[in-house]
Unconditional design. Structure first.
Length: 156
């Protein structure tokens, strides 16, 4: 008999009507446009999920991964609409409790839209940090999925 039990997480399918996975994020959703979040569709959510967490980050930032958006206690929904605050928000690396769109200083960067389905809510105040949210997620993750968009500013 195995000494430990391996828990298999289900895979969420994350898509956006605004850009294809691996495609360019339209300027509307960046610092060069309206700086609003793009719409996301979440498929294959486990039936026992109680909440969702959304983390948007850029691993290509010059000083390490840059956090653009942190949202938790999102009700179990299949759609997050554009320009919507779907749950409790944490502090991003722009120093704001809000969505901060792609705004790379140089070159093309990748932006990961990561969604986690949890079996519980997270008891943290707005403005909490990424590490606090990730610690609270702990072993409550039932499923995970992501989509990636790219963006390069057109410097004139």
């Amino acid at each position: 008999m195995p000494s430990s039990v391996q828990i298999e997480r289900k895979a969420l399918n994350i898509v956006s009507a605004a850009f294809k996975s691996g495609g360019t994020i339209p300027a509307r959703y960046t610092c060069d446009g309206e700086d609003i979040n793009p719409p996301l569709q979440i498929e294959n959510i486990p039936s026992d999920a109680k909440s969702l967490v959304l983390i948007v980050d850029d691993p290509d930032a010059p000083n390490g991964t840059w956090l653009h958006w942190l949202v938790w206690n999102i009700p179990v929904v299949e759609n997050i609409n554009e320009d919507e605050t779907p749950g409790d928000q944490g502090m991003n690396d722009f120093g704001r409790i809000a969505y901060g769109g792609p705004c790379p200083p140089l070159g093309t960067h990748r932006y990961f839209f990561k969604v986690y389905a949890l079996d519980d809510l997270i008891d943290l105040p707005e403005g909490s940090s990424r590490s606090e949210v990730e610690d609270a997620m702990g072993d409550h993750i039932l499923a995970y999925g992501e989509t990636v968009g790219v963006y390069k500013r057109s410097h004139r």
